[in-house]
Design a protein around this ligand. Structure first.
Ligand SMILES: Nc1ncnc2c1ncn2[C@@H]1O[C@H](COP(=O)(O)OP(=O)(O)OP(=O)(O)O)[C@@H](O)[C@H]1O
Length: 255
């Protein structure tokens, strides 16, 4: 069974204009999916639908075979424990008044997950490459890359099946960005990612599958390797041509 299934989904913010047109996609466990497209193509909107933050105007979204039903508490609890998110800006996504421990433990609290929270938080910190003493500090004491690690720790602490990641490295400098991509790659061995990005090179290093969005429509979809090797749509060719060259990874300082 697929983790998430989207059938014939359209979405409009206003009556005048459709933002997403007849989107179909399937997320399989263990096959991370990239959502690529230029600014304004509808990537974040699609992610918001996947998170249940917006409701499709038409069409259906299913999680583990069951229709996304915001009114069903038992289903939504399972959905929220199965799907977590990381956003672009590590400065605004962490509550400055909370200690890192409380930030990372928040999903455990809100989902009512019982057990040893301290151990779970420390394991999450270790998994993202931070030391235990980080738990007692506040977000302002950390760099942008470290803050993104904290946001990722919060997303993995409840051991979700899926992490939705929206432009998670685009606010970071290049060396930090490469470190975080390495971390995401490692985590993608055990967690399925939906990675929104305007950057095909990032998606190609992390995602088995990709969809290309143009003006709210999927214009190409399939295995990332196949699509990059043989793009069939002009828009994909243009995106590919615009990929910046990645620098050599050696000699990059830790973030
Ligand atoms: N709350 C909103 N109300 C009305 N229109 C919106 C709203 N949010 C987004 N839009 C419009 O929907 C379209 C898709 O926006 P969306 O943010 O999903 O694109 P995107 O591909 O994520 O862009 P970017 O890469 O710049 O973040 C855009 O035309 C945008 O102006």
């Amino acid at each position: 069974m697929s983790l998430i299934d989207i059938r014939d989904v359209s979405f409009s913010y206003t009556r005048q204009r459709k933002t997403l047109h007849d989107v179909n996609l399937t997320l399989e466990k263990g096959r991370s999916l990239g959502i690529v497209g230029e600014s304004g193509s509808g990537k974040t909107t699609l992610l918001r639908l996947l998170l249940g933050l917006n409701i499709p105007t038409t069409g259906k979204i299913r999680f583990e075979g069951r229709r996304l039903d915001l009114g069903n508490r038992e289903f939504m609890r399972r959905f929220r424990s199965g799907v977590q998110a990381v956003f672009q800006d590590p400065y605004s996504s962490l509550d400055p008044r909370q200690r890192v421990f409380d930030i990372i433990a928040e999903p455990l609290r809100s989902l009512g997950i019982k057990g040893d929270r301290k151990t779970a938080v420390l394991q999450a910190l270790t998994a993202v490459g931070l030391t235990a003493d980080a738990a007692e500090r506040y977000p302002h004491e950390f760099s942008g890359g470290q803050r993104q690690r904290i946001a990722i720790a919060r997303a993995i602490v409840s051991r979700p099946d899926v992490i939705l990641a929206d432009e998670v490295v685009s606010a970071l400098d290049l060396s930090t960005r490469i470190r975080i991509v390495e971390l995401l790659k490692e985590l993608s061995r055990t967690t399925t990612f939906v990675l929104v990005s305007h950057d095909l090179s990032l998606v190609s290093s992390l995602c088995e599958d990709v969809i290309i969005l143009e003006k709210g429509r999927i214009v190409e979809s399939g295995k990332t390797r196949t699509i990059l090797a043989n793009p069939s749509h002009d828009y994909t060719r243009a995106l590919l041509a615009s990929i910046p060259r990645m620098p050599n990874r050696s000699g990059i300082a830790a973030s």
